[in-house]
Design a protein around this ligand. Structure first.
Ligand SMILES: Cc1cc2nc3c(=O)[nH]c(=O)nc-3n(C[C@H](O)[C@H](O)[C@H](O)COP(=O)(O)O)c2cc1C
Ligand SMILES: [Mn+2]
Length: 488
């Protein structure tokens, strides 16, 4: 079944989830930690998606969706494949979709449901919406987690979407944590270099494929709206925001429109800490999170905030490690043959610090080539730590199978290597304070962020592969026959 969720809004996705019995409605929860705690408890058991309504101190109809993509069934619906496809098969389908993608420009339309309500001037209050405080040590209420931050490049006139967390700082101010090097930040820096404020629109709740385009690691010339068009196989309808003319989805739930004025690091308010995807409050960079001044708010009747709170793994807001599809692609492009699977276990939008690759070994040195290439590719370089290569009989999506292979096929002094000082993410909690903080009196970071890589070859050694002890497990086909014969 092809799902309807790419019809232009988030509420169609919600209806699709309800239709397959994967939505639970919760009324009366408090935005202050309760929404976050309920989300985490239900995520722990891979329970349903949650639609919160009648949130404490808020009128009925101001809703939040969480755990939307927490299972492969729901992720399949979000990707437009429908439920019932799991694990590597789902990742393969996503990879195939990325391969045959033909970018489609969005269609600008005159109006849309997003303009059903608007707030301007002194009435602006971003807490019109039930922004949760997700975890107890979060530095504030995060209205933007499942959001898309829209900017245009002042030179190329291209539009970028990026998902960057947004913390409420006042009635008409939010911090937008665009990390250095991210496309939204690069556009902002160009405006600031001309002494101008950077126009920005923050979309809080939109169709899954638009949100996913905003999360994907794309190159600067790939415009997320065009990629969304490719993934949904139909141009996305957008409207221009009244003040700055930024394109936003016509059927978005909530849009904040405003600007980021030029700033000096010392003038910026504190942002965070925030519970992050590796499972810690680690990123303590200060003085670099831009501040948005909100000039107008638009929202649909009964708006839905898309909540994507990071949680301690194996709770992931995305149940599929999407970055593994990119890594797989790049291993192919690097000329590594025989890759049969790529998976990771602690991840965000990137593959993260524990990546497993399976190969059908074809020659001596094939497994080490795979490891070296994985560390060097764009998708594998950022934020990695342990990279494991296993034989194709090992199920890379099953951590028990992976640990069994590491425990039984790896001879550490011959088969484990360390590469030091590779590019990483500030979200890695193992970066010591001395490598993360500013020098006293300075306003820029002393060091960039790096982390070592451990390359683990857990393949049967190729030089004596034929003599490697046999596995004492019946073949699956035989087990299936026995199960049928004995009604097991
Ligand atoms: C829920 C969620 C939260 C994220 N938060 C941030 C963030 O606060 N800052 C950031 O730089 N990237 C964040 N990311 C990753 C970016 O969305 C991702 O790198 C994206 O490719 C950025 O778009 P860009 O390449 O156009 O800059 C987040 C991703 C997700 C899924
Ligand atoms: Mn981009």
């Amino acid at each position: 079944m092809d799902s309807q969720s790419n019809s232009g809004d988030l509420r169609t996705f919600i209806a699709d989830l309800e239709a397959i019995g994967q939505l639970r409605r919760i009324n009366g929860a408090d935005w202050n930690l309760e929404v976050g705690a309920i989300t985490e408890v239900v995520s722990d058991s891979e329970g349903p998606a949650l639609l919160f309504d009648e949130i404490k101190s808020y009128p009925k109809g101001f809703r939040i969706l969480t755990n939307g993509f927490r299972t492969h069934d729901r992720f399949g619906v979000a990707l437009g494949f429908g439920p019932g496809i799991h694990g590597l098969e789902l990742l393969q389908k996503w990879r195939d979709r990325l391969k045959d993608m033909k970018p489609l420009a969005p269609l600008v339309v005159a109006s849309g449901p997003i303009f059903e309500n608007s707030i301007v001037g002194d009435d602006i209050d971003v807490l019109t919406f039930p922004a949760p405080k997700w975890h107890d040590e979060d530095g504030g209420r995060y209205i933007g987690t499942g959001c898309c931050v829209v900017t245009t490049d002042p030179e190329a006139q291209t539009t970028n979407l990026g998902t960057y967390r947004c913390m409420v700082q006042g009635r008409d101010q939010i911090s937008i944590k665009m990390n250095k090097g991210k496309h939204g930040r690069m556009a902002m820096e160009k405006y600031h270099a001309q002494g101008k404020p950077c126009p920005v629109a923050v979309v809080l709740g939109t169709e899954p494929l638009v949100f996913l385009s905003s999360v994907l690691s794309l190159s600067p010339h790939q415009e997320e709206y065009h990629i969304a068009g490719a993934l949904r196989r139909e141009p996305l309808e957008v409207v221009k925001t009244p003040i700055y003319g930024l394109p936003v989805p016509a059927r978005a739930e909530i849009v904040l429109e405003g600007e980021i004025p030029p700033f000096t690091p010392g003038s910026l308010p504190k942002e965070g800490p925030f519970g992050e995807w590796p499972g810690y409050y680690a990123d303590t960079t200060t003085g670099e999170v831009p501040l948005m001044h909100i000039k107008a708010i638009y929202y649909r009747n009964n708006p839905v905030l898309l909540g994507m709170p990071p949680m301690k793994p194996p709770n992931h807001y995305l149940s599929l490690p999407l970055g593994c599809a990119s890594l797989w692609e790049q291993l192919d492009a690097a000329g590594v043959p025989g890759v049969t699977g790529v998976w990771s276990f602690v991840y965000g939008g990137v593959v993260g610090p524990f990546v497993v690759i399976s190969i059908k070994q074809a020659y001596q040195g094939h497994s080490r080539q795979t490891l070296a290439a994985a560390v060097g590719t764009r998708a594998g370089a950022y934020g990695g730590k342990f990279v494991v290569v296993v034989d194709e009989d090992v199920d890379v999506t099953n951590i028990h199978d992976v640990i069994w292979a590491m425990s039984t096929r790896c001879d550490p002094s011959d088969m484990v290597d360390i590469i030091r000082g590779v590019w990483t993410s500030p979200a890695d909690p193992a970066i010591p304070p001395s490598r993360r903080n500013m020098a006293p009196g300075q306003t820029t970071l002393r060091h960039g962020y790096t982390m070592d890589r451990v390359l683990i070859d857990a393949c049967r050694p190729y030089s004596w592969i034929d003599e490697f002890p046999r596995v004492n497990c019946f073949p699956q086909q035989f087990k299936d026959e026995i199960a049928r014969k004995w009604s097991l």
